[in-house]
Design a protein around this ligand. Structure first.
Ligand code: 13P
Ligand code: SF4
Length: 315
């Protein structure tokens, strides 16, 4: 079968089954083209909560589709490749995290959305890279906090807020592997370029960045910036939207210097047109969670969305 066949069938199935396709910025270009909404984790969680389609097809990784199911449990939530995981979610197993949490009984737990439903159920508040700093700043200064599972995002927030959150030792394998030296090498080749980085990058890289923000925040920054060139320290899927929105600007990934595909998230790229077609045709693989997990995990996610609205981060 060729891509044209898959595309036509996906569009047909979408109508026939009253399905909506939510796609993350890191998905393959052709999947982004077929998505009804493209966004960052925060925007997609909100869309999933609000949507009234019978089927939500989540083109992203497992924790994102799980979040959609938790926020809208009466819908069928499909994920084209059920094994599309995330190194951050994998770094934080439930039992180990429960033991870690027990060592800090007077701390609240803030978990980055890149974690399993089990970890969400053990958390007081969820955050994404798009709201983490503002959510933390809104809490009383004396509030003690455990931050999981991303130590890079946690230490970045500690550095900009002056907090001393206790950090779980997890990383995104893609962003953590990006090196400040590579960025400096690219900067020497392109001295007029601005460096933009996702806060999942390590502290050394973030120190040499001109702007640090979520995928959505990077897109906004590029649109408003006077720069014509950007060195982009995040997953390469985002370049599709960056180039579409800014045809007059130039984007350089870290792959350009390392001559590798190491800025690609292999999990995000597991979803293909063929798998998307098959999952819509057969209505499987489906995200399934028990009612107790959904109830416990929904509380901190809904709290995040409510706080984000109050703080003016989302509408
Ligand atoms: P965003 O929250 O910016 O969408 O990022 C999600 C993610 O997985 C980053 O690696
Ligand atoms: Fe997880 Fe990193 Fe891939 Fe995002 S880029 S899904 S954090 S492994």
């Amino acid at each position: 079968m060729d891509n044209e066949f898959y595309k036509n069938e996906i569009i047909r199935l979408k109508k026939e089954k009253n399905a909506v396709i939510l796609g993350h910025y890191y998905q393959r270009d052709e999947i982004q083209d077929l998505s009804d909404y493209i966004g960052d984790s925060l925007a997609l969680a909100q869309k999933a909560q609000e949507c009234d389609n019978d089927i939500i097809v989540f083109c992203g990784v497992h924790f994102m589709a799980e979040t959609a199911k938790i926020l809208n449990p009466s819908r069928k939530v499909l994920l084209p490749d059920i094994t599309a995981s995330c190194s951050l979610a994998e770094s934080c197993p439930g039992e180990e995290f429960a033991r870690f949490k027990a060592q800090y009984p007077d701390h609240m737990v803030i978990s980055y959305v890149n974690c399993t439903a089990e970890i969400k159920a053990l958390s007081d508040l969820i955050c994404t890279s798009g709201n983490a700093e503002k959510l933390v700043r809104s809490l009383p200064e004396e509030q003690k906090i455990i931050f999981a599972p991303d130590k890079n995002l946690g230490s970045y927030i500690n550095s900009v807020t002056g907090r001393h959150m206790v950090l779980w030792d997890g990383v995104c394998m893609v962003h953590d592997a990006m090196k400040a030296e590579t960025v400096m090498q690219l900067k020497a080749e392109h001295p007029d370029a601005a460096v933009i980085a996702h806060p999942e990058c390590n502290a050394a890289l973030l120190q040499v960045a001109d702007f640090v923000g979520s995928t959505k925040a990077m897109l906004t920054y590029i649109g408003q910036s006077g720069h014509k060139k950007f060195i982009v320290a995040t997953e390469t899927g985002i370049l599709y939207e960056m180039r579409k929105n800014n045809p007059d600007k130039e984007f350089i990934t870290l792959n350009a210097s390392q001559q590798c595909n190491c800025a690609d998230c292999s999990y995000m790229k597991q979803n293909t047109l063929e798998k998307l077609y098959l999952c819509m045709r057969d209505e499987t693989p489906e995200i399934e969670l028990d009612a107790a997990t959904i109830e416990a995990a929904a509380r901190p996610i809904v709290r995040m969305l409510d706080m984000s609205k109050k703080l003016g981060i989302i509408k």
